[in-house]
Design a protein around this ligand. Structure first.
Ligand SMILES: Cc1cc2nc3c(=O)[nH]c(=O)nc-3n(C[C@H](O)[C@H](O)[C@H](O)COP(=O)(O)OP(=O)(O)OC[C@H]3O[C@@H](n4cnc5c(N)ncnc54)[C@H](O)[C@@H]3O)c2cc1C
Length: 387
């Protein structure tokens, strides 16, 4: 067993899930450079994920899914991210949303059951389109400028969403909008086929390029009454503890592991003619290797321990918001540090386009801007301490 997993794979089921994810990650790794360079959504990876029935992993067993635990979800995310970070982050939104809905039961049961059955039978994809130019991160509580108007028993929705990951691949968009009549905010489930919904290719970014987190434009999109699936309370920063969001730290730690493995493989084989041995024997290189692993141990043991507690003690979940935010804070900053160390070990060769380290360097930056941002974590952790 890989030394990074011997303590984390505790059961036969976890080992099986890990192996399934690892097989897929090996394929994704070969395609990652192309998708990043072309900023193209990895449709082939999602064909493979669908064939492997990964899109229904978090669907409850009663609807035909595998109902994996949060701990198992993180193992998968971290492993897939070692092959391709953008694929992992995209998959994480979809699987996490289903996991969260199964737990919170916030949608009408009939709608949730219908969507779950579609996910199981057709391996369809869904994601949230919440961010907007004017609100910035929805976690800060800004009110959507996208509007929903009730007209003759139907909803008419207009607005523009930014940062919608998987935009070209989604079957359903979960769009937040302010209801004109009441000023309340709701989530609307909108199929990709809805007239007036279009995608504008705005996602030309430094990192996570293959997530295609494009803009979604809604021009008088008409949907049936039942499309309003959930009412939202603002500000979201004061919302309940959300274990599913740990898919984000798992993804960025997976990218950091890929960088760490790359640097170690390099150190074992690179032998400049000034040395009689590979650079792996140089004390300073060993110090950096140890630093990468110590950082990873601290972040991963913290993340998996919190996930395990989440799974074991549902009654304690409401009190875990600060720990969940701290996991994300530590993991994403650790990922930035580990990739930095990996690049220092490899040196100037890490800068070349053909070297995956430069992609990992760009991808981990994106983690800092996924929710919750560090300033939000600081305020909620300090808030609890000072209560
Ligand atoms: C790779 C990637 C994928 C994403 N996928 C999705 C997705 O699928 N769906 C989706 O809806 N969103 C998605 N997002 C968007 C994400 O959730 C955030 O909305 C987006 O990154 C902007 O957040 P921000 O914190 O940078 O921006 P802002 O909230 O605008 O913050 C920018 C700066 O202003 C400061 N600031 C802003 N408002 C306040 C305030 N009220 N108080 C104090 N400081 C403030 C912040 O501290 C920060 O320094 C994605 C983002 C990334 C990077």
């Amino acid at each position: 067993m890989n030394e990074l997993y011997h303590l984390f794979l505790r059961t036969e089921r976890e080992r099986n899930l890990y192996e399934r994810a690892r097989n897929l990650a090996e394929r994704f790794q070969k395609r990652a450079r192309w998708h990043d360079e072309h900023a193209e959504f990895p449709f082939e990876n999602f064909d493979d994920l669908k064939e492997a029935r990964f899109l229904s992993l978090t669907v409850p067993k009663s609807y035909g899914g595998e109902e994996i635990s949060l701990y198992e979800f993180l193992l998968i995310q971290e492993t897939i991210a070692q092959g391709d970070g953008a694929t992992a982050l995209s998959l994480g939104w979809h699987l996490g949303i289903i996991m969260n809905l199964a737990e919170t039961k916030k949608w009408p049961l009939s709608v949730f059951e219908r969507i779950c059955r579609e996910v199981v039978e057709k391996q369809i994809l869904l994601n949230s389109a919440h961010s907007e130019e004017a609100t910035g991160s929805p976690a800060r509580g800004g009110k959507p400028e996208t509007t929903a108007e009730h007209r003759s028993g139907r909803w008419v929705i207009s607005g523009r969403k930014t940062f919608t990951s998987l935009a070209p691949a989604l079957d359903y968009f979960i769009v937040s909008a302010t209801i004109q009549e009441t000023g309340e905010v709701g989530n609307f489930l909108i199929p990709k086929t809805a007239a007036g919904l279009k995608i504008e290719k705005t996602w030309d970014t430094l990192g996570m390029r293959a997530t295609r987190s494009d803009d979604v434009i809604l021009e008088n999109v008409e949907v049936e009454e039942e499309a309003l699936v959930e009412m939202l309370s603002l500000p979201k920063a004061k919302s309940h503890a959300q274990g599913w969001l740990l898919h984000i730290p798992a993804c960025y730690l997976g990218i950091a592991i890929a960088a760490r493995n790359e640097a170690i493989a390099f150190a074992k084989t690179y032998q400049p003619n000034s040395l009689s041995h590979p650079i792996a024997e140089v004390p300073e290189v060993q110090r950096k290797i140890a630093q990468m692993d110590i950082h990873l141990m601290a972040a991963r043991h913290f993340m998996y321990s919190i996930a395990d507690q989440w799974d074991r003690y549902p009654e304690k979940r409401a009190q875990m918001k600060e720990e969940l935010a701290a996991v994300k804070y530590i993991a994403t900053n650790t990922a930035v540090d580990v990739v930095d160390l990996a690049m220092r070990i490899v040196g100037g060769k890490s800068l070349f386009a053909e070297n995956p380290l430069q992609r990992h360097y760009r991808d981990v930056r994106a983690g800092l801007h996924n929710p919750p941002a560090d300033d939000i974590t600081v305020s909620i952790v300090a808030g609890r301490a000072l209560q």
